[in-house]
Design a protein around this ligand. Structure first.
Ligand SMILES: [Ca+2]
Length: 324
């Protein structure tokens, strides 16, 4: 940069050197254009800046669009719950194990069915506690592993996303047969035949109102359709699988919000008529992870023995993360 100015002045003062100076100026200008082109090519204007990354530090560069990530390896002196922004924990049958299935390090092991219970865990994570602003669109991705022999009886809940208006207790979030339009939630549910279902509590979605009799007093369900067109055997016990939820909120009062559920890079649920927020609550945003993992339904769907499942590598992002 600094060479261009003096070069131009010298060229105007010395007639004899004008030709050579013009060539030099052109070369410098060409160099600057080349630098600019390279800079534009490598920079991603959407990539978040990591304030903790000091110059020269070996901190990993976050992938473009990543808002938060957690891998159950909290820094010394902290807990995974702090790392993951847990603000309410009503069921806590889980622990971090150093070596999980497939040699995976530091994974959350969730235990179901101890003492005849159908739980699981029920954690509510606040975006603010995770350093993430409440927003209108977000992706929540996590890995899950059900060991071979896992007892897929009834339908069991897995993690998802939720939103509540300011001041509402996270445990009051719409779920479990109760819809309150000051909130919404959407989770993935496993079914007995190892299928997976979207389980949505919102005013409207998939052509139905939440109070439609076809929902039997519960949330709106849409089955995940696998790459082969089948709705069963979506879960493959004994393997790690990637589950990804996408929520894009609607225009308040309109049926134009989006929900997508992806498993292992395949989009098996896509609903584009969701009314997450009603006209009365236009300020509702996505602001929570909803980690309730349990065997659902009636007592005939309770597990008959203790089972465990594993989860790891959680990511919140602005858009679909690059596949690993
Ligand atoms: Ca991990």
């Amino acid at each position: 940069m600094t060479g261009a100015g003096p070069g131009r002045h010298r060229a105007s003062r010395h007639r004899a050197g004008r030709g050579r100076a013009a060539v030099a100026v052109a070369a410098v200008a060409a160099g600057l254009v080349a630098v600019l082109v390279v800079w534009l090519a490598v920079r991603d204007p959407r990539a978040p800046v990591d304030p903790s990354a000091a110059p020269g530090a070996a901190a990993p560069t976050p992938a473009p669009g990543v808002l938060w990530s957690g891998s159950f390896d909290p820094p010394p002196g902290t807990t995974w719950q702090e790392q993951a922004g847990v603000v309410v924990a009503s069921r806590t049958n889980a622990r971090v194990v150093a070596e999980g299935p497939g040699g995976r390090e530091d994974v959350l092991e969730i235990t179901f069915g101890e003492d005849g219970s159908r739980w699981g865990v029920d954690y509510r994570h606040d975006f603010e506690a995770m350093g993430v602003a409440a927003r209108e669109e977000v992706w929540f991705s996590y890995d899950v592993h059900f060991p071979a022999g896992f007892e897929f009886t009834g339908d069991g809940k897995m993690g998802g996303l939720a939103g509540t208006v300011e001041g509402l207790d996270p445990l009051e979030t719409s779920a479990g047969g109760t819809y309150d339009e000051r909130s919404f939630s959407v989770r993935a549910v496993w079914r007995g035949e190892r299928g997976v279902v979207m389980y949505l509590y919102a005013r409207h979605g998939a052509g139905r109102d939440v109070e439609d009799p076809a929902n039997y007093g519960y949330g709106i369900a849409v089955p995940f359709v696998g790459p082969d067109g089948s709705t069963s055997d979506v879960i493959r016990p004994g393997t790690w699988q990637r589950v990804q939820h996408r929520v894009r909120l609607n225009t308040p009062g309109k049926d134009d919000g989006t929900y997508e559920l992806w498993i292992d890079g395949h989009r098996g649920v896509s609903v584009t008529d969701v009314q997450y927020r009603t006209a009365e609550h236009p300020d509702l945003l996505v602001d929570q992870l909803f980690s309730s993992w349990f065997f659902g339904g009636g007592e005939d769907q309770f597990p008959t023995r203790t089972s465990v499942a594993y989860t790891d590598d959680w990511v919140l992002s602005e858009r679909r993360p690059v596949e690993r």
